[in-house]
Design a protein around this ligand. Structure first.
Ligand code: HEC
Length: 310
């Protein structure tokens, strides 16, 4: 009796679950969820070539230097680069004296302590310091940016799908909100203090367009500082900050691939060599030793001679 009651309760539970599952399924198909503006108007990063792309990619040092210039003159007003130190710039081709000067001229100083009073103070940056953040803390950073936090850029090309392609597209992607969007989604108007950018996940980003005019920085190497060029250069620079050893990783990868290829060829040839007697064209196996018919005949004769054989 008890078993029957328990089974009945179980069956009722299962039935209720099934009914609610199918009724929800029916509602979903009869009345599908409305798409969001961000699903319809979001764009994938644009195609653009970087020297570091692909398994053979290398850094273009002149471009990295230009990108660093864009970072230091534009982006560093809001974004920190906490994981990179001034002396790392040596990899971009700067010498020790230049790096010392870049560090001591840096517009934000490094927090330190007054050696006489012990009070909080600041000092000029040294080559061994990491890039000082533009804001002393998150609250200050948010207060200066409409409550949005400018993320640290050290690893941003690893942290976002599309890496440098995304950063480039984002910086060059600001535009007016399409009329079609407002027609389809009247509620999705870009709020005040935000900026429409179809490459940003939710279409409205708190960062004001950082690169707005050609010639915003002036390049020493004669490259034309168009907005497009500056965006490409700073994106390339951020690939380097996220993975300074990309070139040696690529070189090691290629060496390993070549080694494996040669090892595979050798292994194949060795296999051919070892198995050729049984599987190759000369596969007839000659019996040797005690199995050789000649030896067997000899053995038999010897046995007969000595009277052992039956
Ligand atoms: C005026 C301050 C300011 C400047 C200058 C600035 N940014 Fe930003 N940036 C922000 C803020 C604020 C955010 C956060 C936006 C948000 O979450 O809506 C941001 C976000 C970003 C993001 C992350 C977007 C994401 O997917 O989360 C990237 C990448 C970025 N900025 C790159 C740059 C680069 C490169 C420069 C220089 C060319 C630059 N920014 C200059 C304020 C700034």
């Amino acid at each position: 009796m008890l078993r029957f009651i328990l089974g009945f309760i179980g069956a009722v539970f299962a039935a209720v679950l099934l009914i609610s599952f199918f009724s929800n399924l029916a509602t979903y198909f009869r009345n599908p969820p409305a798409p969001l503006a961000a699903e319809v108007f979001h764009k994938e990063p644009r195609e653009v070539h970087f020297a570091s792309d692909g398994p053979f990619g290398k850094f273009d040092k002149a471009q990295l230097q230009r990108g660093f210039q864009v970072y230091s003159e534009v982006c560093s007003a809001c974004h920190s680069l906490k994981m990179v130190s001034f002396r790392d710039l040596k990899q971009l081709g700067y010498n020790d004296a230049e790096i010392k000067k870049i560090a001591s001229d840096w517009k934000t100083q490094v927090p330190s302590i007054n050696p006489d009073t012990g009070e909080a103070a600041t000092r000029k940056a040294l080559p061994s310091d990491n890039f000082p953040a533009p804001f002393p803390n998150e609250t200050a950073a948010r207060a200066a940016n409409n409550n949005a936090l400018p993320p640290d850029l050290s690893l941003i090309t690893k942290a976002r799908e599309g890496g440098p392609h995304y950063v480039y597209s984002l910086i060059t992607g600001y535009q007016n909100q399409p009329a079609e969007l407002l027609r389809k989604f009247p509620d999705a108007k870009t709020p005040q203090n935000l900026h429409y950018n179809p490459y940003f996940a939710n279409l409205n980003i708190a960062m004001p367009p950082p690169l707005t005019s050609n010639g915003q920085v002036s390049y020493a190497d004669g490259t034309k500082p168009t907005v497009d060029q500056m965006a490409k250069d700073v994106a390339a620079f951020l690939v380097w900050t996220a993975e300074p050893n990309l070139e040696s990783r690529h070189a090691a990868g290629i060496a390993v691939a070549i080694f494996l290829l040669i090892a595979t060829i050798l292994a194949y040839l060795a296999k051919q060599q070892i198995w050729t007697e049984t599987h190759g064209p000369k596969a007839a196996v000659a019996p040797v030793g005690a199995l050789d018919p000649k030896n067997q005949a000899k053995t038999r004769r010897a046995k007969v001679k000595s009277g052992v054989a039956g």
